[in-house]
Design a protein around this ligand. Sequence first.
Ligand code: 5AD
Ligand code: SF4
Ligand code: FES
Length: 362
Amino acid sequence: MNAASEILMKQELSKEDIVSLLSLTNKEDHDTLIKKAYSIKESCVGKKDYVRGLIEFSNQCKKNCLYCGIRAGNTKVNRYSIPDEEILQVIEFAQKNKFTGIVLQSGEQNNIDFTKRITELIIKIKKATTPEFRITLSLGEQSFETYKEWFDAGAQRYLLRIEASDEELYKKIHPDNELHNYKTRLECLENTKRAGYQTGTGVMIGLPFQTIENLADDLLFIKKMNIDMVGMGPYLEHADTPLYKYKAMLLPLTERFNLSLRMIAVLRIMMPYINIAATTALQSIMPMGRERGLKAGANVLMPNLTPGKYRKSYLLYENKPCIDEEADECLDCLSHRVKMVGEEIAYDEFGDSKHFIKRKNN
Ligand code: 5AD
Ligand code: SF4
Ligand code: FES
C-alpha cells in the first residue's frame, strides 16, 4: 500500500491528512489520489460534465488586485463593455448549442447604473430563454440589496472567489485599503448565500507566499462554508502586475499544475456532491489541462463564448488560451477534447449542484 491509499482509507480527512495528500509528489501516490477522486466523481455526480458558456462582458474594474492583468492600474488595457444586444446574441448562440446556462463575468463595478443595467439584462435574458435556463453571475462584491435584486430578477448562481482564505495571505495579494478588505469579501460571500443563490467560491493555487497549509485551510474553508460550486486554478503571473516581481518564488508551472489537480481531487473527496469547475487557467499550462481536471474530479466546463474581438482585452493572466478563437471554434475543440478523455458533455441538463439541492431539501 502506498502513502496515498493509507490516508484515503480514512472516513474524514484531518488538516494533517490534507497537507499530506497535497504534498504527494511521487507519481504513484499522485495517481492513486487522482483515481480515487475520479471514482467518487463517477459514483456521486456521474461521468457527464456540465457546460456553461462564459461571457466576459466587461473588463472595466475599479479594483487593483495585485495579481490581475485587468486591474484598474493597468493602463495598457483597452477597456470595453459589450452592449446588451451583443450579449443577447451570444445567449442565442448558447441556446442553439444546447447550453442550459451562462456565466456573466466582468470586472468589479458598483454604482446604481451598473446595478440597474444588470437587473434589466437579466430580465431580457429570462425573456429570451426557456424558464430553466440558468444565469450565473460573477460580478464581484456588491451590497446584499444588489445581490437580492439580481436574484429576484432571475439569476440563480453567484461566483465570488475568496482568492485566499487566509487573511494574512489575502492582504499580501491585495492593496491595503478599504476596497480590498478580507472581511468585506467574506461578508459578501455569505450574503450571496443569504440572497438565495447557489454559491460558488475558489482560490488561486501556487501564489507567492502561499504554503501547503494555506491550501489545506482553503479546502477546509470551502467545506465549512458549505459551498455549492468551486472554481480554482493555478495562479499565473502577469508582467503588468505588482505580484510579478515575486516570479522567482513560484513553483515551476508543471508543479503548479499537478498541485492544482491534487486540490481538485482532495476537494472532490471531501465534498462529493458539489460542482467543481475545470478552469481555463489549467488549460493555459497544458492544452489538455481542463480535461485532466475532469479526470481529477472536476465536473463543470465553462467554455469561453466572449466574442473574439474582445478576448485580447480580458487577460487576467498571461498565456490565456483561445484569444484568437471565436465561440464556435472553442465549442468544437472542447467537445473533441472531452471525448478524447472518455467523458461526455451533459447537454440539456441544468446541472444544479447536487450539494445545493440536498442543502435546500434539508
Ligand atoms: N492567475 C490566475 N487566476 C487569476 N485570476 C485573476 N488573476 C489571476 C491570475 N494572475 C482569477 C481570480 C478571479 C478570477 C476571475 O480570475 O481568482 O476571481
Ligand atoms: Fe478586478 Fe477581479 Fe481583476 Fe480584482 S481580480 S482587479 S476585482 S477583475
Ligand atoms: Fe478555445 Fe480549444 S477551447 S480553441
